[in-house]
Write a protein that binds this ligand. Structure first.
Ligand SMILES: Cc1ncc(COP(=O)(O)O)c(C=O)c1O
Length: 439
């Protein structure tokens, strides 16, 4: 029997060497490696290439990406840069991980859940929001919509932008409270002039989709985007994440970047690197803010992961092709990761066994585990969770999310799987569903 784990990190000697060099360099917190990773990610998001020479034109790629210690921090800072807080509503799909919603709650905003389309998107089957329900959920208090590129498939932002444009007259930009951050919040909301479109891209670094007639990479579509580099993700820094945003007319990227730095480092107006300049000890604290910066040790892992990332994406696509063939043969519904205008990052492989109950789904998971194959469920809808039930949400009002979840299994999809492992997962699935007489 083989032992197939669900999503172990894919770390090579290259990452280990870079971390060792970071440790030996004497600079282990936010420093040159973090700044380099930010520039390289900015180039990757714009071009889809990981080998752009970002150092011959540093200013072109600076102030575009902020590396942080998690996607949760990135999601929260995206909302805080926008000035979203008490009295505001943030719309979130009911079918996602808690961080999509909890970041808004941390800011004091009210989360409004929207159900997904029945059986997900008609072509990709990704559990996308029901866009009629989304339009109906927008009120005069709505300040942001957070779409989720679940499993690495980019959501339908053209539709989301069309909806927020149509509802523009309901939008009231926040007034400045007289502070420098409050002034920035006001100017950003004025410039956007409608409900902001945020992307929870925790799964989708490197995915692309045609947007307004052009191929765009994840990070260049929503107003603000958050990525996760957590250990289970396609691209990891152990823990980690990043924010990026589309240029905002009349607001300098350098100013937005500066406020991300302030928000992520205690509101301290000089970071450790700036304080190393001779005699430059003095700093001010301009806001009692957060501590969620990336360290150079983490960035070292990320730099070498980025070198390997196109190859990692390619390997995921090969595994997905094998899973697709097996599921099609068995009559099992699965996500469609690549279609004409959209190419996913292949983060998760979700299958739905037709007609089975929640209990039968759990039995499939147990039987796969007995054969050494770890599977999972992405996700149990948030209105089923204790914290969100306590806020008054009830999954009975999210019938599509519940139905999607009931017969869902996530197969192990990662780049440590050999061809034989992939074959073993397919064979185990075949055996389990046949033994249980499900297909
Ligand atoms: C959809 C989604 N959003 C956000 C997060 C949070 O990521 P992090 O652990 O980097 O904060 C996750 C993590 O699994 C996720 O799956």
């Amino acid at each position: 029997m083989r032992k197939i784990s669900f999503s172990p990190p894919d770390i090579t000697e290259a990452e280990i060497q870079e971390v060792a060099e970071a440790l030996r360099s004497g600079w282990i917190t936010t420093g040159p490696r973090t700044k380099l990773l930010e520039r390289r990610l900015a180039a990757f998001i714009e071009t889809g290439k990981n080998d752009v020479d970002t150092e011959s034109d540093v200013s072109r790629w600076s102030n575009r990406v902020v590396c942080l210690n998690s996607a949760t921090a990135a999601e929260e800072l995206n909302l805080r840069i926008l000035g979203i807080g008490p009295g505001d509503e943030v719309i979130v799909p009911a079918y996602t991980y808690t961080a999509t919603a909890s970041a808004a709650i941390h800011c004091g905003a009210t989360v409004v859940f929207v159900d997904i389309q029945k059986d997900g998107d008609a072509i990709t089957h990704m559990p996308e929001m029901d866009y009629t329900a989304l339009a109906a959920a927008i009120t005069e208090k709505t300040k942001a919509i957070v779409a989720v590129d679940l499993a690495g498939i980019i959501a339908d932002y053209e539709t989301i932008y069309r909806i927020v444009e149509e509802k523009k007259e309901l939008f009231h930009p926040v007034e400045s409270d007289g502070t420098s951050l409050g002034d920035l919040n006001h100017r950003i909301q004025m410039a956007i002039g409608r409900v902001a479109v945020l992307s929870d891209a925790a799964h989708s670094l490197g995915a692309s989709r045609t947007f307004r007639g052009e191929k765009k990479y994840c990070g260049a579509i929503a107003d603000f985007t958050s990525f996760s580099f957590h250990a289970v993700k396609n691209f990891t820094t152990a823990e980690g994440g990043a924010s990026t945003w589309k240029p905002i007319e009349g607001v300098d990227n350098a100013e937005i970047y500066k406020f991300f730095q302030l928000l992520s480092l205690h509101g301290q107006n000089k970071d450790a690197l700036a304080k190393t300049k001779l005699g430059a000890w003095e700093y001010d604290i301009i806001g009692p803010w957060y501590k969620c910066n990336m360290t150079d040790i983490m960035a070292g892992i990320g730099l070498r992961q980025l070198d390997r990332y196109p190859g990692l994406l390619e390997r995921r696509a090969q595994i997905i092709a094998k899973f697709d063939a097996t599921c099609d043969e068995l009559g099992i519904s699965h996500l469609v990761h690549c279609i004409n205008d959209s190419s996913s990052s292949g983060h998760l492989y979700l299958i739905r066994v037709p007609g089975i109950t929640e209990a039968q789904r759990n039995e499939v998971i147990e039987k796969m585990a007995e054969q050494g194959v770890a599977t999972n469920v992405h996700y149990k809808p948030l209105p089923m969770m204790t914290a969100y039930k306590a806020l008054g949400w009830n999954v009975e009002n999210f019938a599509n999310a519940f139905e999607y979840y009931c017969n869902l299994v996530s197969l192990p999809l990662h780049t440590r799987l050999s061809d034989e492992d992939v074959e073993y997962v397919c064979e185990t699935l075949r055996k389990v569903v046949k033994d249980m007489d499900l297909c």
